[in-house]
Design a protein around this ligand. Structure first.
Ligand code: NAP
Length: 265
């Protein structure tokens, strides 16, 4: 990624860097992978990284380097941001369920003529011992839960809890990073943030006599131990499938993002 070569400027004239300065990269984040990418790029001399977070949690794990927080104002707002901030490359390392942000990034990058590197971590796949009930969305998950009088570990973050507000038959252990605006009717709240560990997850599932787990198919290592623990205890998992997120080819890891970036610069 040699800033002297001028390759990026030739690829995207007038857009990829300011007159004589380093390439400015907008890193759409909110994930561990985005933090990892920001850390590596902080040591690269010819790029400046601005990490962008949605602002969903009040005390996020901040990446190194420049950070901005909050929405851009849809596709038009993001397009203006890219132009005004002389962004040369956008890296989309958002959460697999943050589909609106990814769609906006695709459209805005097209409009502004800025190259995009979209990353999506691979989904989890069920193993032989796993008892998964895969559903397309949170409404389908709540309908399934409502048909069982269960003790449910609901581990889907805060935003989609409203889908379970009509589940009166079940009891919920809800885990979230911050206090949600609403909780299902019969529930206990557990405030905690990953990464989590298998032994702790096994203990919690046993202690609370959990017999059903509801999870997003987020992929990655940080929250996988709950899936492993459910598997070991023979607990079925209602697994909410990912929304369609990208219409262009993606890479799967921070290492692949850095390779793509090196090709571009
Ligand atoms: P979303 O539906 O894709 O995004 C909604 C809006 O939030 C976007 O249109 C954008 O607003 C803003 N936004 C999202 N990510 C942003 C970023 N990195 N920088 C600046 N603005 C951003 O995503 P979501 O509402 O945040 O979350 C949807 C699902 O993803 C939920 O299930 C959530 O639990 C999960 N998730 C999200 C994050 C995250 O950091 N976003 C992290 C973990 C899990 P404008 O249109 O105004 O630009």
């Amino acid at each position: 990624m040699d800033s002297e070569s001028g390759t990026a400027s030739k690829l995207h004239p007038g857009r990829s860097r300011t007159a004589a300065g380093p390439t400015r990269i907008l890193l759409l984040g909110g994930t561990g992978e985005a933090v990892e990418i920001a850390t590596v790029l902080a040591a690269v001399s010819d790029v400046v990284v601005i990490s962008s977070m949605a602002g969903r949690v009040s005390q996020p794990r901040l990446p190194v380097g420049g950070v901005r927080v909050g929405g851009f104002g849809g596709v038009a707002g993001l397009t203006s941001y890219l132009v005004e901030e002389h962004i040369g490359v956008v890296i989309d390392a958002t959460h697999p369920f943050a589909s609106r942000m990814s769609r906006n990034a695709e459209l805005a990058c097209q409009d502004a003529g800025v190259p995009l590197i979209p990353m999506e971590r691979p989904p989890w796949k069920p193993g032989e011992r796993d008892r998964w009930l895969t559903v397309p969305d949170f409404e389908a998950a709540s309908a399934l839960v409502n048909n069982h009088a269960s003790r449910v570990f609901l581990s889907i973050g805060r935003q989609e809890l409203g889908a379970f507000s009509g589940c009166y038959k079940a009891w919920f252990l809800v885990r979230a990073i911050e206090r949600p605006d609403e909780l299902p009717p019969n529930s206990k709240l557990l405030l905690d943030r990953g990464p989590f560990h298998l032994e702790d997850e096994l203990q919690m599932l046993r202690q609370e006599s959990i017999n059903l787990l509801v999870s997003k198919n987020s992929g990655g290592q940080a929250t996988y131990p709950k899936i492993q623990a459910a598997s070991e205890l023979g607990i079925p998992v209602v697994m909410v499938d990912r929304p369609a997120k990208h219409t262009v080819p993606t890479v799967a890891s921070p290492a692949d993002v850095l390779l793509k970036l090196a090709e571009l610069l």
